[in-house]
Design a protein around this ligand. Structure first.
Ligand code: NAI
Ligand code: MG
Length: 339
């Protein structure tokens, strides 16, 4: 019962952390059978397109992908590949769990953020208005939130809560100022919440206050439900609460597929040096195992990662250790063998 899945190694440190992840999944006995495809700079080099048709075809078939970070070239007129993938496969839900593995500034953090992934200000309907001889004197950006889109992401969050035994969802908004754009989100989310009354608690926070509360007392939160831009910002704040980008996984889930990724970028400063931390992508592959109906494998993987970091104390440089990517991977595979 192999499960076909698309593998996009990506740019920069992408191929290094992807190789590590594939090896670990192999040792774990994962069901995935990979179709390796290019995207990003690798796609441009291979055929002039950062999102090649063959890659899209593969995801259309498998509906399941693990993706390394992609470098979006600045200039050159290419739209962000990540945004294109979200639109193409209607990946309307971005899932960003933040759970402490290595106690640091904070301990015992366990928060799941659900971000609306294709509406809001990220539709990027932007333009400039000329004034006098300045062609770009005024910048205008239009955000779009639809009632259907808001209800869809709210339902995703509440269904996730029920399936995963979560107790409370906090709706994050700025309905005091952006009364239309985020007011509709708050309203739709509260409507959906009524269907889950008695099963999942609901409250709401204004985004700026929420950002502060996350620093002061993160333990009060269980799940956060956010619009696109607020979710983008708060999900990186959550990554900071649990030790940074090297430890944070993400998933983009929709009606036509699901793409799992590390939340960090291609890290050009350390690419090719063999020191990248593969844990973020490994945890993303754990989310992918859960999504594919193999939660027991995801749990084993997570436990082995934790044991490698905490008990064996094998860590990459970003976590204060000295291990290379290859050394960390070998230690993790040894752990899996021992488990
Ligand atoms: P970045 O996340 O690539 O790097 C930020 C810092 O964190 C760097 O010092 C880097 O060395 C370090 N870092 C990141 N991941 C690491 C890991 N796994 N192990 C050890 N250290 C790690 O962010 P940056 O520099 O802003 O972006 C670089 C490129 O990545 C840009 O082209 C950007 O567009 C792209 N990017 C792609 C994303 C994606 O495909 N999902 C997400 C974020 C950025
Ligand atoms: Mg972001």
């Amino acid at each position: 019962n192999a499960i076909p899945a698309t593998l996009i190694p990506g740019d920069g440190i992408g191929p290094e952390v992807t190789k590590a992840t594939v090896e670990v999944l192999e040792a774990l006995g994962s069901p995935f059978e990979w179709e390796t495809c290019s995207a990003g700079m690798a796609g441009i080099e291979a055929g002039g397109d950062p999102l090649p048709a063959a890659t899209l075809d593969s995801i259309r078939r498998t509906r399941l992908a693990l993706k390394g970070p992609l470098t979006t070239p600045v200039g050159g007129g290419f739209r962000s590949v990540n945004v294109r993938l979200r639109e193409e496969f209607k990946l309307y839900a971005n899932l960003r769990p933040a759970k402490t593995i290595i106690p640091g500034r904070y301990e015992k953090i366990d928060i799941v953020l659900v971000r609306e992934n294709i509406e809001g200000l990220y539709v990027a309907h932007e333009h400039f208005i000329p004034v006098g001889d300045d062609p770009r004197a005024v910048a205008v950006s239009t955000g779009v939130n639809t009632r259907d889109g808001c209800r869809r992401i709210a339902r995703f969050a509440f269904e996730y809560a029920v399936r995963n035994g979560r107790k409370k969802i906090t709706i994050v908004h700025k309905a005091n100022v952006l009364k239309a754009l985020t007011g509709i989100f708050l309203e739709a989310a509260r409507d959906v919440a009524k269907e889950y009354a008695g099963r999942v608690e609901v409250d709401d926070r204004i985004v700026d206050a929420c950002a502060m509360q996350l620093v002061l007392n993160p333990w009060q939160f269980d799940m956060l439900l956010c619009t696109n831009l607020f979710g983008d910002i708060l999900s990186d704040e959550l990554a900071g609460l649990v030790g940074g980008l090297g430890l944070a996984p993400g998933a983009n889930i929709g009606e036509h597929g699901a793409i799992f990724e590390a939340v960090h970028g291609s890290a050009p400063d350390i690419a090719g040096k063999g020191v990248a931390n593969p844990v973020s992508l490994l945890l993303a592959s754990g989310l992918m195992l859960e999504h594919a109906g193999r939660p027991e494998l995801a749990e084993r993987l997570r436990a082995a990662i934790q044991a490698t970091l905490l008990e064996d104390n094998v860590r990459t440089r970003d976590l204060g250790g000295t291990a290379s990517t290859v050394e960390f991977t070998a230690a993790l595979i040894k752990r899996l063998g021992a488990a």
